[in-house]
Design a protein around this ligand. Structure first.
Ligand code: ACO
Length: 311
């Protein structure tokens, strides 16, 4: 009976046994995973756009090669994640349609513009740094294919974060203009990076259930605090500052206190009204339309090959 199946499922979660695609799972578990994994996949793919903006303008051949590799990594992450979502019974077409129609969410962070080269550094350091903290936790998530995809993704993200920090390190030791550019990028990306972790735990609709099912292993606020503690130290190495007058080490809690997040801005961006939401979705739809001939050619090739094999 369903009750027995549910008992078996919950026992596996309890015993830290991964749930695999062919195992029985509650519909709501399947649904929330499809939601989260496809949002995650979209974030990787849309996330290529702000950085892609600087590939043709990277300051040297070496920087260009690194950035190109990094943006390609993000495409790979998107593809593993779409595949992980497919193991739950959704199709690639469905998930991509949902992105293009504006129905599916993707991370708020990718709706901000990359105005200078220093933004590429700030994205690597702050945005990928935030992504890693969240994804290291997801390496232990209860759904097998998602957890396994995260292992490789985290290794690649660590390289991304290092390259970002390295860009800012060089700028921070440069001319006064370069230093100012570095500080300006940090100022603009800091608060949006904190928003990546999602709403406060008290406002987070899915947290309670996702924690019970061990999809989430740490809460939005716990991860955000971890991030603040980490970056507040690293920024000192850059000799730069974070744009928060309330940021202060708290000897009692052994954490940094920090100022309030602008949640109105966050929800505005999530609902589609951020600085670049329209531009991002337009770019994705255009890429999809312009790639139609590639998909058709690949399908025709696959059909021909199959026919030859059958002969
Ligand atoms: N941007 C856009 N939407 C967000 C964000 C954000 N930064 N944070 C939360 N939301 C949305 C949630 O998707 C949810 O909306 P929905 O019900 O329509 O799906 C709503 O706000 C409420 O949030 P929560 O209940 O806290 O949602 P959840 O439990 O899914 O936690 C989190 C959000 C932490 C982002 C989780 O989904 C997660 O870990 N996702 C995987 C990691 C990921 O997507 N990273 C993308 C950025 S990193 C990168 O791509 C390089």
């Amino acid at each position: 009976s369903v009750q027995e199946l549910e008992q078996i499922f919950l026992a596996k979660i309890e015993q830290e046994i991964r749930i695999e695609p062919k195992d029985w799972m509650p519909d709501a578990y399947r649904k929330t995973l499809i939601r989260q994994i496809s949002q995650h996949a979209h974030s990787e793919i849309v996330g290529m756009l702000p950085e892609g903006n600087w590939i043709s303008r990277a300051p040297s051949l070496k920087r260009k090669a690194i950035l190109l590799a990094k943006v390609q990594d993000e495409a790979g992450h998107g593809l593993y994640l779409y595949s992980a979502a497919e193991t739950l019974g959704t199709t690639r077409e469905q998930t991509i349609n949902d992105l293009h129609s504006g129905k599916a969410k993707y991370s708020s962070i990718f709706n901000y513009p990359t105005l200078t080269w220093a933004d590429i550094g700030a994205i690597g350091w702050l945005v990928d740094g935030a992504a890693i903290l969240n994804q290291v936790m997801l390496c232990r998530t209860s759904y097998g294919p998602y957890a396994r995809a995260m292992v490789r993704i985290c290794k690649e993200e660590s390289f991304h974060q290092r390259q970002g920090f390295d860009i800012l390190m060089v700028l921070s030791k440069g001319t006064p203009e370069q230093r100012a550019m570095c500080q300006d990028a940090i100022n603009r990306w800091w608060w949006p990076s904190l928003m990546m972790f999602g709403p406060h735990d008290s406002e987070s609709t899915h947290s309670e259930q996702s924690t019970q099912w061990k999809i989430k292993r740490m809460s939005n606020d716990e991860l955000r605090q971890k991030f603040v503690d980490m970056i507040a130290e690293q920024v000192k190495v850059l000799n730069m500052t974070l744009p928060d007058e309330h940021l202060k080490w708290n000897e009692e809690t052994k954490h940094y206190d920090f100022g309030g997040i602008n949640w109105t801005e966050f929800w505005n961006v999530v609902k589609g009204n951020g600085p670049c939401n329209k531009q991002r979705l337009d770019a994705r739809r255009k890429a999809w339309d312009e790639g139609a001939w590639v998909r058709e050619a690949a399908s025709a090739h696959a059909a021909k090959r199959k026919m030859r094999q059958e002969k």
